[in-house]
Structures are given as C-alpha cells and as structure tokens.
Design a protein around this ligand. Structure first.
Ligand code: API
Length: 256
C-alpha cells in the first residue's frame, strides 16, 4: 500500500509525519517503524508522528521513537501542530491529545507555543536532577559542551535508570537565563539536535536548583534555539510553555 508522508523538523529534531485519520498505519510493526526512521535504509528521522481523529480534541498525536517505543515528544508536538494546520484540521490555536494527556498550542508568526504538562515530579540529586516533562529526563551541568562525550556518557546514564530508562541532558550555563543543552535520547539511542521535553526539564531543573531566578529561559541547542517559560508555586511548575519553530522539509511516498 502506498502512503504519503511529510518530513518536518523542530530545531533539528526531525520526524516523519503521517495523516493517519483513516487508520492505515501498521502501529504494531516495530520493524517497519525502525526501517522508516533508518537514515540509510529508510527515510531517516528521530521518530514517527501519526495524526488521528479524536472525539474530544482537535486531533490525537501518536509519537513513536525510532525503536518503536511510544512517549510524548515536545518538538514533535510542535511539528504536529504545524502539520495539523497544513491539513486544515486547525487554524492557529488548538487543543490536542497526546501520550501524556491534553495540550494547548498556538501558532504566532511561525513560532509554535506548546503548553506542556505541569511538572511536579522533580528529584534533586547530588550532581543531577530528574524530571518528568511528558517523558523521563536526567539533567546534569557540564562546564564546556563543545567537546563533551554526549553519546558515551549519555548512553551510560540512560541505561543506569530502571526500565524504560531516561533521556539524558547535559547543560552549560551561558548567562542568567540562558542554558545550552545537548541531549542523548532514549528510543533514538543517540544524540539528537534538540529535545523539547529535554530543554523543558533543563529549564525547570536550573530554576529548581537556583541557577536562575528567571521564569523565561532561552535554550540554544545543536539545531537552533528553544524557549521555555513557566510559573512556579511551592515547587510545582505550571503554565509551562515550549516555544520554537517547526518546519516542513519535504513530502514523499512510501510503500507499506
Ligand atoms: N525529542 C522529544 C523527546 C522524545 C522523548 C523520547 N526519546 C523518549 O522519551 O523516549 C522531544 O522533543 O521532547
């Protein structure tokens, strides 16, 4: 069966987007998901995102990591909003359903602002912070990211967590409210050029550990710049927004 796909990227985190409102995609075929994501034998992407109808929301977003595992994806959520607009499902505001529940988002001059879940699961350890921002994230600070061994150290830390493991974010403070981030992503099992739920975890972890007093953080990543803003009350982070671009790259066809 022939299937049209659309390639999108959000600050370099890239996804194969599929309009699955007719439910034709083989969700249980992990080999097919991995093959589509393979950067040599397939289209190549960090993950696959399906857009489906939902009775209560504008649409439902289903995200698969390259290894077929499912979770929420912040940059993917922003790309899903841009794709839903392309499909004329929405205009510039939406509420959609994802792995971690409902999300509000709006598009302003090409920038997608995505409302993330409230973050109250934050564990501060001696040299790191764990936070759940729609998926699991480990955050630790490094002095210099340029030549830091993200893959080697990220992989080690990723597997040090009990199943399903954790994404791993290394952060370098640039100034009061700017933190550069590089991320090793579980399920991709490599460094990605950006991770939306990851920079959200970094922004919150930096505020939680008093590295910043600001509630509006800029996060340069390998693929661009993301912004995270939030409200904090008694250690609970609400009104958490992830903001950044989400762009169409190309359209194609695959046979399933
Ligand atoms: N790139 C995604 C994160 C995917 C998380 C996934 N790697 C997992 O938790 O298994 C983002 O922008 O939030």
């Amino acid at each position: 069966m022939n299937l049209t796909f659309y390639k999108y990227q959000g600050t370099g985190n890239d996804f194969v987007m599929i309009d699955n409102r007719t439910k034709i995609f083989p969700k249980n075929n992990t080999d097919k998901i991995s093959q589509i994501c393979d950067r040599h034998f397939g289209i190549g992407a960090d993950g696959i995102i399906l857009i489906e109808n939902d009775a209560d929301y504008d649409f439902k977003m289903i995200y698969f990591n390259a290894d077929g595992s499912q979770t929420f994806c912040g940059n993917g959520g922003r790309c899903a909003v841009a794709f839903a607009k392309y499909l004329n499902i929405i205009k510039n505001k939406t509420t959609f359903l994802a792995y971690d529940g409902k999300h509000y988002a709006e598009i302003n001059d090409g920038i997608i602002s995505l409302h993330m879940i409230d973050v109250d699961e934050i564990i501060v350890k001696e040299n790191s912070v764990f936070a759940y921002t729609g998926t699991q994230h480990h955050v630790e600070m490094v002095d210099e990211l340029d030549d830091y061994p993200v893959f080697a150290n990220g992989k080690k830390i990723r597997y040090s967590y009990d199943d399903p493991g954790s994404n791993v974010n290394f952060a370098q403070q640039i100034n009061e409210n700017t933190f550069r981030v590089r991320t090793y992503e579980k399920g991709v099992e490599d460094e990605t050029l950006a991770c939306g739920t990851g920079v959200t975890a970094v922004a919150i972890a930096m505020h939680k550990t008093n590295k910043t007093k600001s509630n509006s953080i800029s996060l340069p990543v390998e693929g661009g710049i993301l912004q995270v803003s939030f409200t904090e009350n008694d250690g609970v982070y609400t009104n958490v927004f992830l903001k950044g671009p989400a762009e169409f790259v190309f359209e194609g066809n695959i046979s399933l």
